[in-house]
Every structure is written in structure tokens, then in C-alpha cells.
Design a protein. Sequence first.
Length: 256
Amino acid sequence: MKDIKRRDFLRSAALAGMSFPFLGHAHRSEPTHKDHTSMPPLNPPPTEDYLAALKLELNKQWPQNRAINLVFHGHSVPAGYFKTPVVDTLHAYPHLLLRSVKERYPYAVANAIVTAIGGEDSKKGADRFDRDVLVHRPDVLFIDYALNDQRIGLPAAREAWTRMIEAALNINIKVILLTATPDQRINISDPNTTLQQHCNQIVDLANKYKIGLIDSYKIFQSLVAQGAPITDYMSQVNHPNAKGHQLVADAIMTYF
């Protein structure tokens, strides 16, 4: 399938609630999985043109083009931790996304800037937000803290996410929130877990501010519901492998 057709198919499938085969590229060192399951529906953007202005910038050629900064703020997952202490930067979703963006926009000067810190929660991330994130002048900001926010609770997490979202929106930065990737100690199919509640809160914030959303948790839940072993997508108990990261990167690409 050609790239533009693939993009349109993913978006159409998401809007229609369809399932479709996994289309990403797993790292060669990861185990393969038989295609007895389908990729779950990806979430649609809040509007189909959420990044329309940015896509125009990405298409510009020298000398009209400029650097485009995609900034990823969060914990160990966007930081690239696989089986701790190994950090596989180039197969984590920020750089998998960068590769896909560059394939689609060959004239763009695009940068994936990772400000994530392993073990951090959103309160600490919000405390250093101005110093470590806004300094990069993001064109798009991705926030991914749900896994570690379980320890600070829903009210504190909501306050921290709100601080970061509003600070970014106040200077016209596009924001895309991500729900959690799996933690195998938690039943991903249980709708009443603390982790699910944090994911629900992130969805609520995206709706409130009319910003982007990648419901990673729902993607993995759909795979499990179809019979896929969650271990096929994990490098350790709470970190995805390259195949898991590719699912997230492919979902983000529906915005581009």
C-alpha cells in the first residue's frame, strides 16, 4: 500500500471503528507474531486538520522551510527504556515517529527532542516544564506520564497535566496527550483499575481542551481482546518492545 493510501486507510478505519492488520515494522531482534489478530482501531484526531498548518510547513522546501521540533515529555517509555537499563532510543516511538515523518516529508528539517526522564511522574515533569520543554519551542508536544502517575493520584496528576497543557496552549503549541502503554502487573481488561482511571482522565483532558489524543491503552486492550498475547509487545513488565512502540508511532502518524 502506498504511503498516502496507508494514511487515508488508517484514518478511515479509525473513524469507522474498523480493525485492520498491523502495518508497522518490528525490530529484527523482536519475536514475530502470527497474524491471527488485527490491529485495533486508531483514535481519530479531534479534527482531521489538527496539524494542517504544520503539515504545510513540513512540505516546504529550502529556503522557505524551517526546523520543526517534535518534543516528547514523559517517563521511561518515551525516554526509550526497554529492558532496564537498556535504552533503545532508535526503536522507541519518538524516533520511530521521526522516521515515518521524514519518509512522508522528505524536504522537512524535523527533530525528535526527548525531554522524558525514566521514573518521573507528571508533577515533577510539570515542575521543570518551562526550563526543559518550552525552551525547545515545540511545534508539537507529546505528554506521556500515566504509568508513573498512579503513585501521585488522580487529583495531583490532573493538576500537573493541566499546568503543562495550559502553558503550551498559551503560546500556541499543538499538544497531543498519550494514555498508558501496558503494565503486565495490571489486568489491562479490567475497567476499574487505577491505571484505567488515569487513562480516562487523560481522555477527559484531551476532550476538555480540544487537543490531540493517542489512546495507547485502548489500542493494547483491543489487541488483548482479540487474543494477542500482551507479552509479544513488551520488553519487560512495564516497558513495550519495538513492536509495541511501533503501534504507538503508527497511531501518532494518523495526525501527519
